[in-house]
Design a protein around this ligand. Structure first.
Ligand code: 7TS
Length: 415
């Protein structure tokens, strides 16, 4: 196991992220909004610069040297990310703008094509809006019914109900691997087995999982898996959808345009093979190359070392925050069942006030419903404050967070 990250004294990873040297409100930045987007290491920034300085050209359409180089780099990046998530072949990875587009792609292609009145789509109340709204849209257009797995008082899926919710009409189950608002880690293998025995497909929203742990889509046993590059040290505007070849080949195109066709006639056209069938228009070439550099960066650190480090920082964060008067933390109590998201409320202080006071101390957190309004409804709150951690955060960052929360407490106890 790498000693790079497990020994705080040698903790070098924050040095790889230039933005962490920024000052905010005159103080050194403590960035704890990683569930929204991660910061980018120098190697990713360099890969983007290198691409634009030396390679930039459109892909799959030029015979000039730059276009050849650009196409090779773009397709190598696909192969890199396919290996990174354990796909059997590069063609099974479709580049998208991120997780949101990947879910819309499946709902808009597979969903509109396959669902009919009375079919059931099973999601959960833990989902990010991007794993709810596309299914609502497709349900409204096809007459399919949207059903929900509920969550318990620790923000875990109530899986005792799952076998009863699955039935012969269930066509697809779509759940997050890790919740962005609670940090809950869902048992995907178990969900996959039960979904498969019911004859349904399983879509996994991996936006919060891929940055933090080794994901092997084949081992998980799901049918679709989505992720966003910008949460795993990569650029914005790039992400991926994985599905098995046969499934992708059976699905109609989602967007029409250049790149995705084989032939175009006056009234109809034929489609390119996967993955290009789903990649209409000029893709985010630099983004693909940048996210491949991010995959290299994470694998060089090793996920074992990242997880070990994050576990120690998160358990320290939960310990420190729990000891602050009036702080109520949401999510699973057992650390094995949770990832690096700590959502909390604090007495009468509105989460937006908490985030504003923390911002004045150089501590960046998020406040709001985190695009998970059904989770907020479940806990009877309109918003939470959320600190979300990543590989470059340290226990000192937790101390700065806790000290700033002390300031919030002081302000609110006197006002
Ligand atoms: N699914 C989950 C579980 C997410 O956390 C997010 C983004 C998405 C889907 C959508 O990803 P995108 O890259 O397509 O936007 N989550 C958050 C968040 O928690 N704060 O800002 C974005």
């Amino acid at each position: 196991m790498s000693s790079k990250i497990s020994k705080p004294a040698q903790y070098p990873f924050s040095d790889s992220f230039p933005i962490l040297n920024e000052k905010v409100s005159g103080k050194s930045l403590v960035y704890l909004d990683n569930a929204a987007t991660s910061q980018k290491p120098q190697c990713v920034i360099d890969a983007l610069t290198e691409y634009y300085e030396h390679i930039n050209a459109n892909v799959h359409r030029g015979i000039h040297e730059l276009s050849r180089k650009s196409t090779i780099a773009y397709e190598e990046a696909r192969a890199r990310l396919a290996r990174f998530i354990g796909a059997a072949e590069a063609e099974e990875l479709i580049w998208t703008r991120g997780t949101t587009e990947a879910i819309n792609l499946v709902a808009g292609s597979w969903g509109l094509d396959s669902l009919k009145e009375g079919d059931e789509i099973l999601i959960s109340t833990m989902e990010h809006h991007s794993n709810i709204v596309p299914w609502q849209l497709v349900a409204q257009r096809t007459g399919a019914i949207l059903r929900y797995i509920e969550i318990d008082d620790q923000g875990r899926l109530v899986l005792e109900d799952f076998p009863d919710l699955l039935n012969a009409r269930t066509r697809i189950v779509s759940v997050s691997h890790i919740s962005n608002s609670l940090g809950t880690v869902n048992p995907i293998r178990q969900i996959a087995e039960q979904t498969k025995s019911a004859g349904a497909l399983l879509f996994v929203d991996g936006a919060q999982a891929v940055p933090h742990r080794r994901v092997d889509v084949q081992e998980l046993g799901c049918d679709f898996y989505a992720f966003s590059g910008h949460k795993m040290c990569g650029p914005t505007g790039i992400g991926g959808l994985w599905a098995r070849r046969e499934l992708l080949e059976s699905m109609p195109p989602y967007h029409g345009g250049g790149e995705m066709i084989r032939t175009v006639g006056r009234d109809e056209s034929t489609w390119a093979d996967i993955p290009h069938k789903f990649e209409a228009g000029t893709p985010n070439i630099a983004g693909a190359i940048g996210v491949a550099a991010a995959a290299d960066f994470l694998e060089d650190l090793t996920f074992e070392a990242i997880a070990e480090h994050e576990r120690s920082v998160i358990s320290y964060a939960i310990e420190r925050l729990s000891s602050i008067k009036d702080v109520q933390i949401f999510g699973p109590k057992d650390l094995v069942e949770r990832s690096g998201v700590v959502s909390f409320v604090m007495g009468d202080a509105h989460p937006h006030d908490i985030a504003t006071i923390l911002d004045g101390e150089g501590v960046a957190i998020r406040a709001g419903h985190h695009c998970a309004q059904l989770v907020m409804h479940h806990f009877g709150v309109s918003a939470t404050a959320r600190a979300s951690f990543y590989l470059y955060n340290s226990k000192e960052d937790v101390d700065r967070l806790a000290e700033s929360l002390g300031l919030v407490q002081a302000i609110f106890s006197t006002s």
